[in-house]
Design a binder for this molecule. Sequence first.
Ligand code: DAT
Length: 175
Amino acid sequence: MAQNSRKRPNILMTGTPGTGKTTTSSLLADATQLRHINVSELVKEKNLHQGWDDEFDCHVIDEDLVCDELEDLMEEGGNIIDYHGCDFFPERWFDHVVVLQTDNSVLYDRLSNRGYMGRKLTNNIECEIFQVLLEEAKESYQEDIVVAMQSNCVDDISNNVATLTDWVRSWQPAS
Ligand code: DAT
């Protein structure tokens, strides 16, 4: 199916854990009636994983199972995919790729409040310092659909949701 045969756009909302993907996606879904899909939750609900990784304290997701599960919905369009990785989804799925970014000290506090500590905490802070998700997004998608957005404070969330809502409303399927 051609990339642009869908009637509504698909957005990938990515970024280091704690940058605000779920909060932003949920508000954007309310504003646009797009469907918010939290991939980590989906993996848990449908067992789309290969077990638990003790070192990283998370499920080892089965990327093929996740992509199979999402294919029909993505073909239909109108989805916000919320996940802290972006290099295994088919490139043709997305019309817009948003990479949320947060200052290290702010992110440190958010992840500590969430109970992250030790390696898990430092790995995620390093992931943000080295802009791993932004690089991964630029390598995986055409650069002109990738946008980085700051997510440090509540005003940033409102501004980002407003900007993205305008983008969704003005999006046109190619004729
Ligand atoms: P993610 O889905 O990227 O892991 P989240 O949406 O669950 O992040 O947010 C993590 C926590 O940080 C949550 O308590 C909400 C808060 N938060 C997220 N983005 C924020 C922002 N821009 N300003 C203030 N708080 C924010």
